[in-house]
Design a binder for this molecule. Structure first.
Ligand SMILES: Cc1cc2nc3c(=O)[nH]c(=O)nc-3n(C[C@H](O)[C@H](O)[C@H](O)COP(=O)(O)OP(=O)(O)OC[C@H]3O[C@@H](n4cnc5c(N)ncnc54)[C@H](O)[C@@H]3O)c2cc1C
Length: 244
């Protein structure tokens, strides 16, 4: 296949996520039983209640709803970063069990970094040639180790960070807020920032109030990055306000 681009799908999520969070939160402050609580929450009440909850940092009710994404067209380099988020659950395409190309003529999928794209056609072609070279090393080791049915397990060692991966990830809404704080920030690496921003766009549609203020930390107050700040908080706020 060769060059491939980011694809994100919001696969599934907890039914009526905002109602679930509001019910869980109301339970903390009410003498009513759970069935009564559910009846007592109308939509308007629910929105203002959710906003209050998030503002005061009462986050545990936000953990009751989860969102599952199908993610393709991202690099193994991105995988190393996103899997640092320990409260997320992952299922990742295996390089042990799945061969990287179906035939000798084929090539593994890979990501072309933006900075290389920006250098122009000549450099993009050079990069693509390098990927072809890597595929030939991979094929070489697959052949050399052909007698071993686990050949893929070792041949993959020559593959680059650029190699595409696919995975399914589930995060609860509290973890998503934390993830967006860190990874929508201009300080985050471009690929994971693009992914996080797209995930945020998708969850905003599913639960607009719950994710109303989600994004990098400079949406809420001063940038916490100190000397490393990008200094662009106004543009960043504008960008996330218009994220639809
Ligand atoms: C811009 C940027 C640069 C980075 N650079 C590097 C780097 O150079 N090298 C590197 O190794 N990593 C780097 N990281 C990764 C970073 O150190 C974290 O591992 C990653 O962002 C996951 O964050 P987290 O631990 O807060 O999140 P999660 O694992 O999602 O955890 C969420 C929250 O749960 C709590 N928590 C989870 N597990 C524990 C625990 N065991 N003990 C106590 N509290 C816990 C914490 O409050 C944590 O913030 C970078 C991250 C960013 C955003």
């Amino acid at each position: 296949m060769g060059e491939i681009n980011l694809k994100v799908k919001l696969f599934s999520y907890t039914d009526c996520p905002e109602e679930k969070v509001a019910t869980a939160a109301k339970l903390c402050y009410s003498r009513a039983d759970i069935a009564e609580l559910k009846k007592g929450i109308d939509e308007q009440d629910q929105s203002s209640f959710l906003r209050k909850l998030i503002k005061m940092g009462h986050y545990s009710p936000v953990e009751h709803v989860s969102f599952t994404f199908g993610i393709e067209g991202v690099s193994r380099s991105l995988l190393a970063q996103i899997t640092r988020h320990r409260l997320a659950s992952f299922s990742v395409k295996s390089q042990r069990y799945v061969e990287e190309s179906a035939s000798q003529q084929d090539i593994f999928n890979y990501i072309v970094p933006l900075r290389i794209k920006n250098l122009g056609e000549e450099y993009i072609n050079e990069y693509k040639e390098q990927m072809k070279q890597i595929q030939s090393w991979y094929n070489y080791w697959m052949e050399m180790l052909a007698s071993d049915e686990s050949a893929k397990e070792d041949a993959r060692f020559v593959l680059p960070n650029a190699a595409e991966t696919k995975f399914i990830v589930t995060m609860n809404a509290r973890e998503l807020h934390h993830f967006f704080n860190l990874r929508c920030c201009n300080r985050a690496q471009w690929e994971i920032r693009a992914l996080a921003t797209e995930m945020l766009r998708l969850v905003k549609k599913a639960a607009p109030v719950l994710f109303e203020d989600a994004g990098p930390r400079c949406l809420q107050g001063p940038c916490p990055e100190g000397d490393s700040s990008c200094g662009q908080w106004q543009q960043v706020r504008e960008k996330f306000k218009n994220l639809t």
